[in-house]
Design a protein. Structure first.
Length: 355
């Protein structure tokens, strides 16, 4: 019996950005006939599968709270967020969104807690956490590993979310090597725990940002850059699940299916200016030091989030997309989110997630 032909991957953008395209994700998942049947008899969705009320970001510990603040300061206000911490000073710095203060009732007033007391505090607040997550379709946990709160609490929050059948992603930052073997070991233990609970785990190695610093930076500036990278990754993930109205994107239910089981996804980022800025941005993302020399050809799949100014031509976009596609193997699953951004000034940005 002759096999059903699959959607071709090459030069898909030549069909035009404004045409109705099949989901641009792993042509090997469904035969062409299945694409034709998708969505029949259903009302068109005005928003992505995850609307503003259906996606939440949980910033856990000091690093998670800083990243939430960075998101707000950059103007990102699409997703609901929850700050979860055992340090009241850190929580006070988060001006918007929900807050969950982790202090066992008999230990009120302490700032930092060991893992057993943190687990007790989470259990005491389980009902409130469940209520905050009610109705959520997807939760993105963001934290730094190696400390107390992020390492101990993140797997517990993922466990609570999964018990409610919430698609759970975890975006974690690993410590710098100079932070010492004890902190690095604790971070590895946190990774193991999160791999058991999260549907998808994405890793940002802190030392990977050093080549990205444009000038000698102090510690505060370095962490600010690191927080910005995590915030940009969160924006890319949000747009992937709830794309802008004029975006070209993969369907959200295939995103979940493709990302599930990814336990060591890596993130690359790039920017380009001037002529062929989309191509420059994609090339920079593919060679990003954040990927830690991860072979792109060996990836099971990749999500590319790309945005550009309105004057960018279709030819420039198609060239950049072809470079991205050719960098991966033919068996890789390709996921896309592409749109123009009015606030871009002669600049394109690319965020790449390898899984």
């Amino acid at each position: 019996m002759q096999k059903e032909k699959l959607w071709p991957r090459r030069d898909f953008l030549q069909m035009g950005l404004l045409t109705v395209l099949p989901p641009l994700v792993s042509p090997g998942i469904l035969p062409r006939a299945a694409w034709r049947d998708l969505g029949k008899g259903q009302e068109p969705r005005q928003q992505g599968f995850l609307s503003q009320e259906k996606v939440q970001i949980a910033g856990i510990g000091g690093a998670g709270g800083r990243i939430l603040r960075h998101l707000r300061e950059s103007g990102f206000k699409k997703a609901r967020d929850i700050a979860i911490d055992s340090d009241s000073c850190d929580l006070d710095g988060v001006k918007r969104g929900e807050k969950v203060y982790l202090q066992p009732q008999r230990k009120q007033g302490c700032c930092h807690l060991p893992a057993p007391l943190l687990r007790q505090a989470v259990e005491e607040r389980r009902d409130r956490l469940v209520a905050l997550l009610h109705g959520t379709k997807s939760l993105c946990i963001v934290t730094g590993l190696g400390g107390d709160t992020g390492t101990a609490v993140s797997p517990l929050i993922a466990q609570i979310a999964k018990a409610q059948e919430i698609f759970t992603l975890a975006l974690v930052i690993l410590p710098f090597p100079f932070e010492g073997p004890r902190r690095l070991q604790k971070a590895e233990e946190g990774l193991l725990s999160l791999r058991e609970q999260a549907d998808c785990l994405m890793v940002i190695p802190a030392h990977g940002i050093l080549p990205l610093l444009k000038k000698p930076a102090n510690l505060r500036e370095t962490f600010h850059t690191l927080d910005g990278i995590a915030a940009q990754a969160l924006e890319a993930l949000y747009d992937a699940f709830s794309p802008p109205e004029d975006a070209l994107s993969s369907e959200d239910y295939f995103l979940e299916m493709a990302l599930t089981g990814s336990t060591d996804a890596r993130i690359g980022m790039g920017r380009g200016t001037g002529k062929d800025s989309p191509l420059k941005a994609v090339q920079a993302a593919l060679s990003s030091p954040l990927l830690e020399h991860r072979p792109v050809k060996g990836a099971r799949g990749a999500l590319l989030h790309m945005s550009w100014e309105k004057k960018t031509t279709l030819e420039e976009i198609n060239t950049a997309a072809a470079v991205f596609e050719n960098a991966l193997s033919k068996e890789s699953q390709l996921l896309w989110v592409m749109s123009d951004q009015p606030d871009r000034r002669n600049e394109s940005r690319a965020t790449l997630i390898l899984f």
